[in-house]
Design a protein around this ligand. Structure first.
Ligand code: ADP
Ligand code: ADP
Length: 229
């Protein structure tokens, strides 16, 4: 499962200002769709509509053919994982942060998620391992490590649909490349919506839509869109 459609979606936060003006796209189960466009184009708004933080004023959003208005908030949250732009960790242990929302997770599951997010090696070097407090004196996680803890949390949740919200924008270029490789690997196995500013960060998407002035201005693969420019 995990197919997503937006069908003629119209949405504005305020009555007189439309942000999405008839946006349509479809993402098949397991596919990766990138949403590219200038700041303020409405990319994050699409993610918020998928979570039903808001409902559209026109059109509809479906998951596996079902209007998400008919899906409970609980199952929506179970189906969709998000790796947000800026990770805020709880002032608690690394293990707690990974297992947040999954109190039932076993140590093995947590370790597998850490491995998937490529932080298992780093954690193994810490004297207190998973019990290490993220804010402990002398230990401050780097931006990249924090981002990977957020990725591990999402992997543990194992949602069929993943939203990557410019997940690497705050990082230096070497860390960004390493995390991008991890995200590409994760995206391979589930339906993924990547929200990005730049075409150059979404080379591996199956399809890219360019959002401009509330509409889908262009659709294509990375190669096709590059050829148009
Ligand atoms: P993007 O992710 O493409 O940068 P957003 O979806 O965050 O764009 O925002 C699209 C537009 O909606 C922007 O003009 C933004 O100012 C506006 N906007 C975002 N959130 C709100 C809100 N809660 N209330 C009013 N306007 C908002
Ligand atoms: P979880 O399913 O992990 O318990 P939530 O269902 O509370 O998390 O939220 C899902 C994700 O949506 C969280 O990872 C959070 O970062 C993100 N999120 C929460 N509020 C907003 C928001 N206003 N805009 C965009 N993303 C948000």
């Amino acid at each position: 499962g995990g197919a997503v459609t937006f069908e003629n979606v119209v949405f504005g936060y305020e009555p007189d200002r439309t942000i999405l003006n008839g946006v349509s796209f479809a993402v098949g189960a397991g596919e990766t769709l990138a949403i590219v466009g200038p700041s303020g184009a409405g990319k994050s708004t699409i993610a918020r509509l998928l979570f039903r933080f808001y409902d559209p004023q026109g059109g509809r959003v479906t998951i596996d053919g079902q209007d998400i208005k008919a899906v409970t908030q609980k199952s929506l949250r179970a189906e969709i994982g998000i790796v947000p732009q800026d990770t805020v960790l709880f002032n608690d242990s690394i293990g707690y942060n990974i297992a947040y929302g999954r109190a039932d997770a076993s140590a093995e599951e947590i370790a597998a998620a850490a491995e998937g997010a490529a932080i298992d090696g780093f954690i193994a070097l810490l004297p207190q391992g998973y019990e290490t407090e993220v804010g402990e004196r002398g230990l401050k996680l780097s931006g990249g490590e924090k981002q990977r803890v957020a990725i591990a949390r999402t992997l543990l949740k194992n949602p069929p649909i993943l939203i990557l919200d410019e997940a690497t924008s705050a990082l230096d270029s070497r860390t960004e490349a390493a995390i991008q490789a991890t995200l590409d690997r994760i995206a391979e196995r589930r339906t993924t919506l990547v929200i990005a500013h730049r075409l150059s960060t979404v080379v591996n998407a199956d399809r890219i839509i360019v959002l401009e002035k509330g509409r889908v201005a262009e659709t294509g693969t990375h190669e096709q869109l590059l050829a148009m420019r």
